[in-house]
Design a binder for this molecule. Sequence first.
Ligand SMILES: *Cc1c(COP(=O)(O)O)cnc(C)c1O
Length: 449
Amino acid sequence: MTDRKILLSEKDIPKQWYNIAPDLKTPLAPPLHPATHQPLGPADLAPLFPMALIQQEMCADPWIDIPQEVLDILKLWRPTPLHRALSLEKAIKTKARIYYKNESVSPAGSHKPNTSVAQVYYNKKEGVKRIATETGAGQWGSALAFACKLFDLECQIYMVRVSFDQKPYRKLMMQTWGGIVDASPSKKTKYGQALLKENPDNPGSLGIAISEAVEDAVGREDTKYSLGSVLNHVLLHQTIIGLEAIEQLKLIGEKDPDVVIACVGGGSNFAGLAFPFLKDKLKGRTNPRVIAVEPMACPTLTKGLYEYDFGDTAGMTPLVKMYTLGHDFMPPSIHAGGLRYHGMAPLVSNLAKDKVIEARAYHQKECFASAILFAGTEGIIPAPESSHAIHCAIEEAKRAKEGEVIIFNLSGHGHFDLASYEKYLSGKMEDYEYPMELIKESLKKVPKV
Ligand SMILES: *Cc1c(COP(=O)(O)O)cnc(C)c1O
């Protein structure tokens, strides 16, 4: 009998995070000051983040201890199960063995609490009383509201207007955990006020919401800013996913995977699963193919440029070297599948540039078709974001040779995304490929460094 679920006990939870920065082929390009274009020092970031997180952002040690208080909270849902996708394998008649790491079991329903808990812990320790953040689909906002509640901090969330209107239940989830949620652009910031004056119906974007949260945090002594993806320290906190997965495969005597897959928005769940596997690949000990999957509607790695760009729309954040579609890229509202950020984590971008990892883009309808196959075999209704990883795993499994091992990250469930499923099931969903001319137009505004 083959186990369907490979479980670690609480005492086997990893005690350290893995920092990939010192193992990269090419050293990471430093972030630059938005005005002077000089490399940033810790003091430049101090208005935004607590010092412990700034140190992690710039850290050169490969292993960083996870504080006991953080582990105690992570144990509410970790270690997460590794599943063998036996029913899916049977349905697609693959010769491969497919595994998936189930991050949907967290309180917020995704991988994001892995970092929100750690971030709020370090803020609390340094006396911060309030955290401001942005959220797109609401996953990050709910993860941060949850963590703030546990540590008794106030949580101010700028939620992209379209999601605010279309996803009332994510909003209520944040409010249940005590979060204060405003539609972005909002009247609470100068930037939001200016945008609303131009266009009262501005649908918002992640870049705009980031600008608002940064303005809020910089303007108040008691407040810091928090980001749910992209930054080095965020990716670091997610590596607990891959570290557990490696232990779980060992536990059942499985070989090293041939293919490692995750979807990418800003890159954090991908990093979480993939970086621990990349450690051996970078040392030349293994050679898995590692695939980052993105939507055709927001093709950052497959069609963007590797340049210094802003992380937000207003140009308030540091300049970071990354794959970007241009900081004023406006994701099409017909795209339901999440993953709509214009940039990509510098660490993931670095690995893509050096061809240590591959990137692939899919249309949303093929991803939803695979999501429905997954729901009908493995039982879990996946987040639209995760469906990109599922679709890639299925494609890889169909071409796989006998005995190949494929592992992917199920980054979250889709219980709050059923409106997107309705669109798909009723035949109203459309595929959209972001046109090259518009990408070129937006890329002209990438600053010259
Ligand atoms: C936020 C989110 C993503 C995309 O963000 P990454 O930082 O790229 O992981 C993917 N899946 C789910 C379920 C999410 O909530």
